[in-house]
Design a protein around this ligand. Sequence first.
Ligand code: ADP
Ligand code: ZN
Length: 525
Amino acid sequence: SDVLAPEIEARKTAILAEVFGFDRFRPGQQEVVDAVLAGVPTLAVMPTGAGKSLCYQLPALTLGGLSIVISPLIALMDDQVNALKLQGVAAEAIHSGKPREDNVAIWRRVAAGEVRLLYLAPERLMTDRMLQALSRLPLGLVAVDEAHCISQWGHSFRNEYLQLGRLREIFPAVPLVALTATADKATQGDIVERLFGGTARVFVSGFDRPNIFIGMEEKKDPARQIESYVKARPRVPGIVYRISRKKVEETAERLVAAGVRALPYHAGLTPEQRAAHQEAFLAEDGIVMVATVAFGMGIDKSNVRYVLHADAPGSLEAYYQEIGRAGRDGQPSEAHLLYSGGDIATRRRFIDEEQSSPERKLVEARRLDSMVGFCEAVTCRRAVLLGYFGERAKACGHCDVCRDPPKVIDASRQAALALRLARATGERYGAAYLAAVITGQRSDQVCARGHDRLADFGAGADRPATEWRALLRQLVATGALHADAERFGALALTDHGRSILDGTRTFTLRAPSKAPRRDRASRAE
Ligand code: ADP
Ligand code: ZN
């Protein structure tokens, strides 16, 4: 951690208590605050509610002068400014939702040095006039909120955010901090590249929700499985996620027939129906909401006891957000997923059939791979999930894998083969391509690149390509391979992967439930 001058340290502690009224930091906050105060370019990734705002507001007030906060939405700016004003902080926003004379009056106060935090949209900040006016004022720091908007790899890219890449050159002496709640490792890398020019310290924290038990089971007869899961948890609020409107309707009907207070929620209902169902869910305790992804944004019900995914989501980001609706009160809660290979195949078909660029499809496919890797994991679920966001975690003891470790087999030699081929092909390809080379498929692409002449070409032909893809997914899920965002998920070796390759580390896989293919494999090796 960064060591600060004693007077800065003292100011920081005093402002934390006196302005914000907090006696201590939440996990992750202090590291970010100290780095910003030390002038280190910093990216903070924390989920909603973890306390991101403090990470730039406290340094801003500690540093003094005027601090600029970039935010993409007027509503977000106004919320923050109102909250700060209530705490007695001179904060203002200049934006297009206000009358011109209000904006002018605020600017006068800014120029007179009366404002500590000024919220602006990126396009307003990045005008020559604004930049020049600001260059005459003593700037404390520049904070970029919702920083994932700068990444095309993220899900809410905004063109105006790209301009912000010039900030580090325009204000080289002013500390720059970026914050976001939703950035997987790929998006984080992208933010560091575009906003900070490649070097920034990245802090990821607060993603763990230790009160949520994470579990999974194989999907066999979903209607029956959902019913028995819900009935085993009577009279508590829960959410059942399904992939389509039709399935939502079917599931809600079946639950109602079984005597459960279940309500459907999806985009096909009228706005009035949706509002009524949502209000009932919020007001009463004991309603089960059966919903598509349309349900949940901005829903703040603290005592949801479980989130049951009867169909797997398309990405770990989506999964994480959806299970995060359980147990906001900190009480024991559950996330349960019914997993099926068929669902994943359906999702892959959706991606193929989408009207989008080949790059976009690749990104979506890689995200889905992460979800599948998580489902097939033989190590702690929480560690895999947090690792996906870049947060380190030990085995949690509070997931199905920790509680009941699956039978595993040593697959170190197969892993080494896959890793060797990833390296021999230049660490430039995804799982599907590598599996094709391993199993010896002489496709046009494979031959054109000369990969059919590699020593290990076809060395894994004794197993189907699907098994190799599963193995590659586990190599990603356990951090032996890294999916490179800049190159659309090309799989590159990490230190962990290199240690499997040189035999200093072993690699295990879930033991197949059917007849083992052991003898054939060992003969081929
Ligand atoms: P985020 O921006 O990450 O969604 P906020 O900054 O709005 O989260 O903080 C969420 C809540 O946590 C707020 O009510 C805030 O007052 C509170 N909070 C933040 N930091 C602390 C702290 N160190 N101690 C206690 N409460 C805190
Ligand atoms: Zn665990």
